[in-house]
Every structure is written in structure tokens, then in C-alpha cells.
Design a binder for this molecule. Structure first.
Ligand SMILES: [Mg+2]
Length: 200
């Protein structure tokens, strides 16, 4: 099987780190559980310049390397790889974040997963340069069997795969969203994701 796995808020606790960062940078106190919007500028009520600074800071290597691992992620991905499944981490982080992201994966027991940057959210222009690791054209050529994703904004990248089973990692910002079709399932943690794929 081919399995797509998102990085932020699937493999690591980016939302919680961003909640702390918004408080530190701008004095905006929005606890993780109250982050109801995936758009960080809306969640933290940031103006355009604050948002730009926030995104740049949040993608600095030192920050990217500091994100806590989501419990059970590495064990599950490594189990899939050992069973012969092809696991690709496809992140919306800009390609400038590739190296620290790779380093984080290696340091958290995920040396064997592939990593690709795909401009999912149109934020690449914030970071300068239009280079991307994975072109949309190449992305759309691959047929995945499962996807693990937390962001409703990324669901549009699954529309071409009607059979794809999308496991939506439960986060405060995806609780109100409507799922595009019955192949989408909300999953509370990696243990439930592991069980669904094993039973699959
Ligand atoms: Mg994510």
C-alpha cells in the first residue's frame, strides 16, 4: 500500500508550539484547545505583518527541531514500512524547511520515511523562491491508499482519488469541518489509525 502522511499536527505537535509562540511574540493567549481555525492569522488574530513574522519564526530550523513528537506516530510508520508499505511524509512546509524537517524525522526514529514538500497552502511565497521538492504534477501521478491529514485545507489534494481512505487526525481546527465523502474518518490518535490500516 501507499500511505500519505502529513507532518505538522500528525507527526508532531506544531499547533501547541504555535500557541506558545503567539503568546511569546505578540502576547496573544489562545490555548491549543481554542485554536478553532487552521488559518493561524485568524486563530491568533494576527495582522498581515504579524502573520508574516510568525510564519518565518515558526519555520526557523531551531523551532522546527523543537516540536514534540505525537505519541505513537514513529512506531506506527515504522510498522507500516516493515510490512512493505510505502510511506511518504508530504508536508505543506516550504522547501526551505526540508533539511531541518529531515533532521527531525531522523532524530525521532523515522530515518526510513520519505519526505516531500508540497505547496499545499500557497505559503511558499512568504519564504522566498518558488522551488518545491514535489511538483503538483508529480504528486497527482501517485495513487495513495490511505492518507493521514489534519488540515481541512489539504482535503482538496485528495479529490482525484475517490477510493482513498482519509484518516483525519483529530485537532481543534478540524472539528467543525464537513468531510467530503464517507471515506473520511476522524481518528483520535495513532493507535486508532494503526488499527484501521491493519484491519483495512
Ligand atoms: Mg498538518
Amino acid at each position: 500500500m501507499r500511505i500519505y502522511v502529513d507532518f505538522d499536527d500528525c507527526l508532531c505537535e506544531t499547533g501547541r508550539a504555535f500557541s506558545r509562540l503567539a503568546l511569546e511574540m505578540f502576547g496573544k493567549h489562545v490555548p491549543y484547545e481554542q485554536m478553532h481555525d487552521f488559518e493561524m492569522d485568524k486563530s491568533f488574530d494576527l495582522d498581515a505583518e504579524q502573520y508574516r513574522q510568525f510564519m518565518l519564526r515558526g519555520h526557523e530550523p531551531e523551532m522546527l527541531l523543537s516540536y514534540d513528537a505525537t505519541p505513537g506516530a514513529a512506531e506506527t510508520l515504522n510498522e507500516w514500512i516493515s510490512r512493505g508499505h510505502e510511506v511518504s511524509v508530504i508536508t505543506g512546509r516550504p522547501s526551505s524547511a526540508y533539511e531541518p524537517s529531515r533532521t527531525w524525522l531522523d532524530a525521532h526514529g523515522l530515518k526510513d520515511v520519505r519526505l516531500y514538500c508540497l505547496n499545499k497552502y500557497g505559503t511558499d511565497s512568504l519564504f522566498g523562491g518558488g522551488h518545491r521538492s514535489l511538483s503538483l504534477e508529480d504528486y497527482y501521478r501517485v495513487k495513495f491508499d490511505y492518507a493521514v491529514e489534519d488540515s481541512p485545507k489539504a482535503f482538496r489534494f485528495f479529490g482525484h482519488l475517490p477510493e482513498l481512505k482519509v484518516l483525519v487526525f483529530d485537532r481543534p481546527w478540524n472539528r467543525d469541518c464537513a468531510f467530503p465523502n464517507p471515506n473520511y474518518r476522524r481518528c483520535a490518535d495513532w493507535e486508532s489509525i494503526r488499527r484501521i490500516v491493519a484491519g483495512g
